[in-house]
Design a protein around this ligand. Sequence first.
Ligand SMILES: Cc1cc2nc3c(=O)[nH]c(=O)nc-3n(C[C@H](O)[C@H](O)[C@H](O)COP(=O)(O)O)c2cc1C
Length: 196
Amino acid sequence: MEKILIKKDLFCLPWTQTILGTHYEGRVNFMALDWLTRVNYQPPMLGICVNKAHASNVAIRDTGEFSVNVPSTDMVEITDCTGLVSGIHVDKSGLFEVFYGELKSAPMIKICPLTMECKVVQTVELPTNTFFIGEIINIYSEDQFLSDGEPDVKKINPFVLTMPDNRFWSVGECIGKAWNAGKTLRDRLREKERKL
Ligand SMILES: Cc1cc2nc3c(=O)[nH]c(=O)nc-3n(C[C@H](O)[C@H](O)[C@H](O)COP(=O)(O)O)c2cc1C
């Protein structure tokens, strides 16, 4: 098949849907967040990208703290709502009941199956966005979302976003085990090397 060029933007990959929690001008604020990535193994750090026009951007600069909350599929409506209106104009603090861990300005959402409190360790200024690198201070869940003490994707039931069609998708079936599924192929490669 011939390869064709498609539109060059950031939106050709699905991303995990989360909700960012901050303190904006002294009140709790939430924002739909997809631009997040793992950036360091130990200590565990996350990178999040927040547009400079958002209340959340101001909030993180002010406090140096934020939370990342993973909603489940039954929270699509309320998650989307946090991304439709700015805390600059509307008080979103009543949308969720929150709890706190060690950090004073990282409100976490009680009904989310997985929540993390993060402290900013580095800030990278980009033309339209700020890339905040946050160390994960603590992660919280509940027994009902774990299997053998680890987060269980079936129980957490997260969802992902695709763009530019702007659609949310639930996670499908397990199709293989990572660091395992490729072992037979790897062994064949090694075997070939040995014969050379
Ligand atoms: C599904 C969805 C995902 C979004 N992801 C991001 C994101 O990762 N980064 C960002 O800066 N804005 C993102 N936005 C836009 C903000 O959530 C939106 O502008 C929000 O109203 C900003 O709120 P705030 O001004 O209270 O911080 C997203 C919006 C939606 C609906």
